[in-house]
Ligand binder design. Sequence first.
Ligand code: HEC
Ligand code: HEC
Ligand code: HEC
Ligand code: HEC
Ligand code: HEC
Length: 744
Amino acid sequence: MKSLLAIILTALPFTTSGASAEPPFIGGLARHEKASPKLSGAVLISELSCAACHATTRADLAAKPGPDLSAVGARAHGAHLREFIANPAATKPGTTMPDVLGHLPAAERTAAADALAHYLATLGEAAPTFTRPSPQAVERGRKLYHSVGCVACHSPETPLASSVPLGPVAEKYSVASLAKFLEDPLAVRPGGRMPDAKLDHFEAVDIASYLLRDQAAPPPAFRPDLQLAARGKVLFTQHRCDACHTVDGPRSRPTFAALDQVRPERGCLSAQPGAWPQYALSDSQRTAVRAALAPQAASLSVAENVELSLTRLNCLACHQRGELGGVPANRHAHFTARDENLGDQGRLPPSLTGVGAKLKRDWLREVVVNGASARPYLNTRMPKFGAANAEPLAHWLKQLDPLPPAEFTRVATHDKPHEVGRELAGSKALNCIACHTFREKSAAPLRALDLTTMTERLEENWFHHFLAHPQRFSPLTIMPGFWPDGKSPLPEVLGGDPGQQRNALWQYLERGPEAREPQGLVLEPLVVAVTNEAVIIRRAFPGIGKRGIGVGYPGGINLSFDAGQLRLGSIWSGGFIEASSLWRGQGSGQARILGKDTVTFPTGPAFAVLTSPEAAWPALDATPRPSPNSFMGYTLDAQQRPTLRYSVDGFSVEDFFIERRDTGGRVFMERTLKFSAAPPAAMHFRVAADKIIEPRSTHEFKVGKNLRVRLPSAPMLRDAGEGKELLLPVRGELRIEYHLAAKP
Ligand code: HEC
Ligand code: HEC
Ligand code: HEC
Ligand code: HEC
Ligand code: HEC
């Protein structure tokens, strides 16, 4: 059967699809409208991957690699691939992929696109499977999308011009495949133009659900035809798709005229159809490309290299550096703070003016390569650009920003610089802790940059200059100058010498997290309290990787769920968690469980089909591969209790816990597992595994010292390794009670 698109295309006379198409959109150039033609041209040449086909020795013109297609069949729906390949710019206006098939007669082009789509659809484990996005995930995703930084480059929900196009994502992805892409965009698009926002798995699912919120029904089915696929594989190299894309080997090397030899009125720059890719360049883009190809454009100063990289990677969408870039007024509202007290500084990404003189080499590299962060109060994240893309920039910034050496005398050891520094930082003296946290603890509502990580990040020279004149570096800062007119408010400390006082602070802070706390710091553990609604914390939990979900219930029993392995991780009564290490940075740290007598459940799958009653319970599969089991988010009831949703071997599970009271008034948890379809025969659920499991009645068992479970039917209790395991056949809905020995 012919697709609708194929019919339309065949009906059209020969056209070059590029003729009326929107020109490629380059985010960084939209944020740098005053760029010289030479610079814009160099950006265009790399964004449009000209050097993938035309050799060059110029690093500034190096081609952006196209997406890695080795698993594109698992990422994108086949019908969309066919449409996009047949006519990239019409399917995704503003795309940087040229129309490579444009010169073919319409029927041939349609057939080639079809074969290529069939080929690509065979790459990757299995086609994306449709799951309807949950309304609650859509809501969470909407918030995240508009706060973590996506809308620095892409359009917010109310469309804004000059935004990097997302194209028809609802026709392309499934929630799971888009989430996978967003969790690690550099794996698919190694060029780093779509940087890695350090989303955890849940955040990625939520944003994917939001972006696919209009996806109501599965896209048209597309079954790869192996004969067509074989033909597509041949076409893939024939049409030089492999100049930009990898599938299994490296990209093919450039084979056409070298960029320093091309005649700039011809071929790809001629604005004429022909046996070359069609780029739909605007006239000004074409002029700029020609300017960058001129021999005199070939050598760039360090400053030009910095400007070029900031534009190419679109750092300018979030950062200002001198006259360049900065968040445009119409996007300001999407840069928000967790702490309103810090004003714009607590909202907007820091300025990059002079940043090479400010940050130590290693930290600067960590920031741009890995997205290292020091300001937990910003909602916007510094994304990760990867070493290949951002390392040279860090190097150039370090070279570029001079700052004359500050003049001061180092405080001698016998003057006890650490003690003096500690005194200065404390509430009785300069009171740095009134605004800055100290080892993530704060003495006041303001929580600016942590004092104990400053010397790891900052150049000592910069620290001195900054403390002497904060407003020179940051005109709007609320950080006061402590030494007005070069005089110290504390004349008795180190003879009132400002330079020595700043050096004493530096030497004290150089001890980093080992430094003794300054006076006046209140030490409050960050206990997450649970009152009359459930509280959910999605972070790492003991015994569970990053994909932990902790839930504190109103009755005082709490649990952790492992959304990676789809199993109950632990259950405990009493306090919920202590979270100070969670809010240290963005996405790091592990929750500390506060309760006593925590019961932990075994790792590995919770559901399995047993071929015989003796068959061993499957172990955790260590080989990384796409799993048929996946977590699909959760919905909340009126008291915020989650119903966890996941799929296991193709059927979906709803998993809900609620606190109940027994006849003696003691709280226990009741768990209900519901299944979408009849589970396969011999499917079992592992309730527990422990050294000691003893029956109390046919339906009731004591597990270890602290847990008693009540089951809906008689389970199988059998030996497993050193201990026992309790397995329940899965027929319909399961209802299980968990009674803890310790009382909440
Ligand atoms: C997929 C491969 C491919 C890519 C990518 C590509 N070209 Fe070409 N280019 C060709 C082919 C094929 C020709 C025509 C045959 C030839 O000249 O070798 C050509 C010809 C040209 C010519 C005319 C050469 C001459 O002297 O006759 C210029 C100029 C040119 N390309 C510039 C560019 C620019 C600028 C870009 C990026 C915007 C680009 N090309 C991207 C394949 C490519
Ligand atoms: C610094 C700018 C920037 C930021 C910030 C950014 N993106 Fe992108 N994004 C891009 C660019 C540029 C591309 C196209 C990359 C390419 O050419 O390979 C892209 C591509 C994408 C795509 C692929 C579209 C397709 O056709 O398949 C998705 C989806 C996406 N971005 C979502 C997001 C989300 C969600 C966020 C926030 C978590 C985000 N982006 C943050 C610049 C950005
Ligand atoms: C000059 C480089 C270049 C050539 C040649 C090229 N592509 Fe692309 N391709 C890209 C870029 C860049 C993107 C990302 C575009 C975007 O997101 O807007 C892309 C995207 C794609 C995608 C979507 C991938 C994903 O994971 O989202 C597919 C599929 C694709 N190209 C197939 C092809 C095929 C088939 C050919 C040959 C007929 C081809 N491309 C030729 C540069 C190229
Ligand atoms: C989506 C917005 C966004 C983009 C795009 C972005 N940044 Fe950032 N950047 C941030 C935020 C937010 C911070 C503050 C992070 C923190 O310290 O917690 C930051 C911090 C930094 C810092 C640390 C500055 C300091 O004084 O501590 C440097 C350096 C930096 N970014 C460089 C870059 C470069 C270079 C690029 C482009 C390759 C870039 N950023 C792209 C948002 C962004
Ligand atoms: C009235 C509040 C306030 C006080 C008091 C204060 N600071 Fe600050 N300080 C700030 C704010 C706000 C920033 C900027 C944070 C940002 O850029 O996000 C800052 C920035 C800094 C920076 C630059 C860090 C960076 O990476 O950008 C240093 C260093 C610093 N403060 C040291 C100190 C020291 C040492 C003291 C005590 C002598 C002190 N501050 C007292 C509010 C204060």
